[in-house]
Write a protein that binds this ligand. Structure first.
Ligand code: PGA
Ligand code: ZN
Length: 441
């Protein structure tokens, strides 16, 4: 397939900050892609290039990245034939020449890589999920189990709750659409419960509710002891009110994003500040063990900080047979870091975010390595998203088994669920759904 044009422009993400959209044209087709953006980013992520011009978008403009696509990448790919994704992606990496994509910015490289995936699928008369399935070597028939983030805290809200995401996993159903329906119904019942308690039902960045549970707390103040258990109890109430059974039909998952609540005063990478007191990694692990024995928790992501590898190994040893332990900021979708994790028996699952690593090929490499090592994979959105539903097709094409793409509100989140509904519909009775088996525990 020959590329005949490559354009980039600044568009907006779901938080109202600029991001990069790329449009690639071949002789017969045209395809677009928009790159997402995180808030609680891992230190090892590929670089997101921002303009830092305080006169535009509070410094968050992406005209430098747009310029890099138009003036550096486009001239190198226009008029050239690329027979497969990995050849284009290698060229992009070579042109950038840095290990963390800091020359062009991952936000310049990735949308070109994603748009190419779409364009080559079109050329082959395939859908994006079919194109990815062919590249990855799956049948592309398996829909993912959704991890729905219906209560937001941490950096995605301002309610003083340290843990970033409280998710429900409707895994005890036989199809994706039934699971999604159950999750959506729980979301609506949670809204009723919060409303009855006089709490706000405004939503956070990923479409989950984000109330301050104790309205007397000053703005910005940290929620006190027991507040996280209160959130989980609210979720259980909502599951019950919706008529579902917690622990067999619907489970809970947490993304603690623990690098964000390290005890920074002490400049110690393995001490945490949680619910008003300082905690060691072992104390955090003990708390998680207690929670897992009280609540139907199936998955904990970033329960410890990204530099706390010893703590991660201990947590995996103690809890890895019972629950899924997901590395997000820890692995940053980077095959080299994942390899270290596999060798050191750290975690049993990896979160997959395209823009943490910066090309489709490297993302697929990380997923392949994870599957070979028996790790589960959770394809994920970022907290700053767009209408681009690429990750829905990625989850099906790789048969990842799980997708984390927010709550049942905000079109940036439901766009992915809607794309999965389209894929399920098109597959008809060929569609497969793993349910709880996706968690391998
Ligand atoms: P982020 O959050 O996109 O702000 O990094 C999502 C996550 O931590 O999983
Ligand atoms: Zn995370």
């Amino acid at each position: 397939m020959k590329i005949i044009d490559c354009l980039a422009r600044e568009v907006l993400d779901s938080r109202g900050y600029p991001t990069v959209e790329v449009e690639l044209t071949s002789e017969n087709f045209q395809a677009r892609a928009i790159v997402p953006s995180g808030a609680s980013t891992g230190e090892g992520e590929a670089l997101e290039l921002r303009d830092d011009d305080k006169n535009r978008f509070l410094g968050k403009g992406v005209l430098k990245a747009v310029h890099n696509v138009q003036k550096e990448i486009a001239p190198a790919i226009i008029g050239k034939e690329f027979v497969e994704q990995s050849i284009l992606d290698s060229l992009l990496r070579k042109l950038d020449g840095t290990s963390n994509k800091s020359h062009f910015g991952a936000n310049a490289i990735l949308p070109v890589s994603m748009a190419y995936a779409r364009l080559s699928a079109l050329e082959n008369k395939q859908t994006l999920s079919q194109g990815i399935a062919k590249n990855f070597g799956t049948s592309g028939l398996t829909l993912p189990v959704p991890l729905m983030n219906i209560f937001n805290g941490g950096k995605h809200a301002d309610n003083g709750i340290a843990i970033q995401e409280f998710m429900i996993i409707p895994a005890g159903f036989s199809t994706f659409s039934e699971s999604l329906r159950a999750g959506v119904e729980v979301f609506h019942h949670l809204k009723k419960i919060l409303h009855q308690k006089g709490l706000t039902t405004a939503v956070g960045d990923e479409g989950g509710f984000a109330p301050r549970l104790d309205p007397s707390l000053a703005a910005g103040a940290e929620a006190g002891p027991g507040s996280h258990e209160k959130v989980m109890t609210l979720l259980l109430e909502a599951i019950q009110m919706a008529g579902y059974k917690a622990g067999s039909q619907i489970f809970l998952a947490l993304d603690c994003a623990a690098s964000e609540f390290l005890n920074k005063d002490k400049k110690n990478n393995t001490e945490y500040w949680f619910e008003g007191s300082s905690r060691t990694s072992n104390e955090m692990i003990q708390m998680y063990e207690k929670w897992v024995s009280h609540y139907p928790i199936l998955s904990i992501e970033d329960g410890l900080a990204e530099h706390d590898w010893e703590g991660w190994a201990t947590m995996t040893q103690k809890m890895g047979k019972k629950i899924q332990i997901v590395g997000d900021d820890l692995f940053v979708t980077n095959p080299e870091i994942l390899k270290k994790g596999i060798d050191l028996k750290v975690a049993n699952s990896i979160l997959i975010k395209l823009n943490q690593i910066g090309t489709v090929t490297e993302t697929l490499d990380a997923m392949k390595m994870a599957h070979q090592a028996g790790y589960t994979t959770v394809v994920s959105h970022r907290s700053g998203e767009s209408e681009d539903a690429f990750i829905a097709d990625l989850a099906v094409g790789t048969e990842a088994g799980q997708i984390k793409t927010g709550s049942a509100s905000r079109t940036d989140r439901t766009a992915k669920y809607n794309q999965l509904l389209r894929i399920e519909h098109a597959l008809g009775n060929r569609a497969k759904y793993p349910g709880k088996a996706a968690f391998k525990i």
